[in-house]
Design a protein around this ligand. Structure first.
Ligand SMILES: [Zn+2]
Length: 266
């Protein structure tokens, strides 16, 4: 089975850093073989909710942004039969009320972590998300999975602990090969290709062939790095969640790494 993957850009977070505000794009993905519609992640709250709940400025987000993004690729909320949550952070698992008849799929360990996160991640888990997931009818409305599994032919889930204990990547067969939607398991190309000056404006050559795990992590750097290595052993291309350079349509705009000269954003 072969799928097409549409990147939905829902909005941007304005993340305050000590000397700058970094614009962080928020994405989710509509994946379809023409019959089954699978949404990978469901986006973030609107700017009012973001300010109230996390005190962060943002643009876009909320249910309207997701409805509009789906419409832009020719889909409606009713076309979404399954919603894969890579993990339950606020910017990946909001807007679930738009899909009352879809099945939500999440790793069991992620659900447990959403109830009792590591202390530094408490603010990333919104209680409404937990209530929405737990309130769904089972098994029709909620499927809990343990580890790697094939969701449907050509669409696999891979548990990749690091960013959170129960984060999962989607490994999807397309006309050009296997695509890994890695979510926040390395949320930027610089995490995957840290020594490449075309990708990372400050190449970290001492890393050699190793990866640069993200800074937000519940597990050790070694566990995180092992998850990234495992993904690349199974996929031909990785698509990180928060990079501005990711292809909008796969396989049509396929590239395994961002094109040379596109390293302005990191
Ligand atoms: Zn996250």
């Amino acid at each position: 089975m072969s799928f097409r993957i549409h990147t939905l850009h829902l909005g941007d977070l304005m993340v305050p850093w000590p000397h700058a505000v970094i614009k962080e794009p928020i994405h989710c993905w509509y994946v379809t073989d023409g019959t089954t519609g699978i949404l990978v992640d469901s986006g973030m709250p609107d700017p009012g909710d973001m300010k109230r709940r996390l005190n962060v400025d943002s643009v876009g987000g909320g249910p309207d942004s997701l409805i509009a993004a789906l419409r832009h690729v020719g889909a409606k909320t009713d076309d979404v039969h399954k919603v894969v949550l890579t993990h339950m952070h606020f910017d990946h698992a909001w807007n679930l009320e738009l899909f009352p008849n879809a099945q939500v799929i999440v790793q069991r360990d992620e659900l447990i972590h959403a109830i009792d996160p590591v202390p530094t991640q408490r603010l990333y888990y919104l209680r409404e998300t937990l209530a929405e997931v737990l309130g769904r009818r089972r098994p029709k409305g909620l499927l809990l999975v343990d580890g790697d599994t094939e969701l449907v032919p050509g669409f696999e889930l891979m548990k990749v602990p690091g960013h959170t204990p129960g984060i999962q990547a989607a490994i999807i067969s397309t006309a050009r090969g296997k695509v890994a939607l890695v979510s926040d398991c390395g949320d930027n190309y610089a995490n995957w290709y840290p020594t490449d000056p075309n990708v990372n404006p400050t190449p970290m050559r001492y890393l050699g062939s190793d990866f640069l795990p993200g800074a937000i992590r519940s597990e050790s750097e070694r566990v995180y790095g092992d998850s990234m290595r495992r993904i690349l052993s199974r996929a031909d291309i990785v698509v990180p969640a928060h990079d501005t350079r990711i292809p909008r349509a796969i396989p049509e705009e396929w590239f395994a790494k961002p094109p040379a000269g596109s390293a302005a954003h990191s």
